[in-house]
Design a protein around this ligand. Sequence first.
Ligand code: HEC
Ligand code: HEC
Length: 217
Amino acid sequence: MSRLRPIALAGLAGILAAGALAVVGPVLQGEADAADPPVAGKATLRPVSDFARIGDKDARAVALFEEAGKVITSPRCMNCHPAGDRPTQTNTMRPHEPLVVRGPAGHGPAGGMTCATCHHAANFDPAGVPGHPKWGLAPIEMAWQGKTLGQICTQIKDRTRNGDMDMAKLVHHMAEDDLVGWGWHPGAGRTPAPGTQKEFGELIKAWVDAGAACPKG
Ligand code: HEC
Ligand code: HEC
């Protein structure tokens, strides 16, 4: 008995482990789509005060923008700022399924499959569909995918390509716009953008205050 018990227990543990794997397996697989490769996780942003010791203004601006760039280059932002006509999805930024296209105003083709057919005013977690009243693609001149952070930086300062925003409006857009804000509230199973929108807005403001130099390249 005393020798059998551990064996029986080991057998039981084996059965339990197999059962647990059977349950966990598909869950992990389902999540692989939304969370693989693991980007941001619960990634944080360094506070503006961390950059105060950088004496050179341009170097400080570049460092601040690079920190803010953790948000800008996150899939939550990039998926809506593609270089073509089709949005991308998940952390792997794969082409949107089903095939949808931007149409004249970024909301899908007139009379065709518009974004609002599936994306409603709020996230719908039971079906994993993100939502926002203004859901639609960023205009092509605001495309970020395939660009370096330096190129994106130059582009977002360029009033011919940023929706004619001056720097004050740009800071406000980053810090306050609620479609941008969706990036931190993307619904169940999606990795939020790093830090908070407030911290991101503070980094962008500090970058502008330091002269808004862009990373090279
Ligand atoms: C659902 C799609 C969507 C998501 C997600 C999204 N954007 Fe946008 N973005 C847009 C649209 C559409 C515009 C055009 C202006 C507008 O309607 O607000 C835009 C414009 C911008 C602009 C101004 C123009 C420029 O220079 O590119 C900035 C800055 C911006 N977005 C930042 C972000 C950031 C930062 C995130 C992630 C935290 C983000 N966006 C996520 C759709 C999106
Ligand atoms: C037939 C339904 C359907 C239509 C139409 C549709 N979408 Fe989607 N979209 C989805 C679903 C479902 C997801 C969630 C997929 C996932 O995360 O696995 C999604 C995810 C996305 C994402 C990824 C968000 C993220 O970062 O995780 C973007 C961006 C997006 N859609 C943009 C658009 C745009 C822009 C349009 C219109 C031009 C559009 N979609 C039209 C169903 C649709």
